[in-house]
Design a protein around this ligand. Structure first.
Ligand code: ADP
Ligand code: MG
Length: 255
């Protein structure tokens, strides 16, 4: 099958002054095109960090990430932004819409960033129709219900025809009935367009509707050897340790 995502041994270490936070510790997996995957795990286990890597918002400290067959883990920020704009649609827990502009203008934004000229308006209108909001295009977010706002966010996420939709707790701010309607919508888009769907969720009812659950615990995949020894033997782990050690030495010398 066609692999849309391949991560090899990705490690993320945040440097907070003198303190290192090991957020991901050698994570490897792949996701096939058209899959629906849930990412679960306790608070602080690395879910958002992983989403940021997969969504090209950030780079791993070590390890490789291939998106659509392209090695993206070593791109510059600008290159990463281009890939992100083309290939990733984001849906957030708190919708993240601009409140002063219409639903239509919100949905159009990614097209503006991508430099699309011409029929932006029509494309945005089509996307709003696809999420069942064809009759709300001129409304501002404050004039819409939570469920409707999340539909606008979904329309914004699909406007560039992305390879993947990344949804971070998309139903977290909605009651269970409306949350299920959003889940139904995401699953419908996956079915109709074949868009790969990755959903971070705490809700077992949502996770049960996906094809697979990736579970994180303390920065490692729960099932695959998350023991300390396995981490220490990992190539990426050693690389990451070496990088951090180098930086600390340089800093110490500078002082
Ligand atoms: P989750 O989304 O599963 O709650 P996160 O990925 O947000 O977990 O966080 C994983 C770990 O990395 C936590 O210990 C968190 O405090 C830390 N962390 C996350 N983002 C940053 C950051 N920007 N700088 C420093 N530490 C961070
Ligand atoms: Mg999080």
């Amino acid at each position: 099958m066609d692999r849309v995502i391949e991560v090899h041994d990705i490690t993320k270490i945040y440097q907070m002054g003198e303190v290192e936070v090991r957020a991901l510790r050698g994570v490897s997996f792949h996701i096939d095109r058209g899959e629906v995957v849930a990412i679960m795990g306790p608070s602080g286990s690395g879910k958002s960090t992983l989403m940021n890597m997969l969504g090209c918002l950030d780079r791993p400290t070590a390890g490789e990430y291939y998106l659509d067959g392209e090695l993206v883990s070593s791109l510059t920020d600008d290159q990463l932004a281009v890939i992100r704009n083309k290939k990733v649609g984001f849906v957030f827990q708190s919708f993240n819409l601009l409140s002063r502009i219409s639903a239509l203008a919100n949905v159009e934004l990614p097209l503006r960033y991508a430099g699309v000229t011409g029929n932006r308006r029509d494309l945005a209108r089509d996307a709003l129709e696809a999420v069942g909001l064809g009759d709300r295009v001129t409304h501002r977010p404050t004039e819409l219900s939570g469920g409707q706002q999340q539909r606008v966010a979904v329309a914004r996420a699909i406007i560039n025809n992305p390879s993947i939709i990344m949804a971070d707790e998309p139903t977290g701010n909605l009651d269970s009935k409306v949350g299920q309607e959003i889940m139904d919508l995401l699953l419908l888009l996956n079915k109709e367009r074949g868009t790969t769907l990755i959903i971070v969720t705490h809700d077992p009812t949502i996770a049960a509707q996906t094809g697979r659950v990736i579970r994180l615990l303390d920065g490692s995949l729960e099932k695959e050897g998350s023991g300390k020894q396995a981490r220490k033997n990992s190539k990426a782990w050693k690389e990451a340790e070496a990088k951090v050690a180098n930086k600390s030495t340089r800093k110490a010398r500078a002082k």
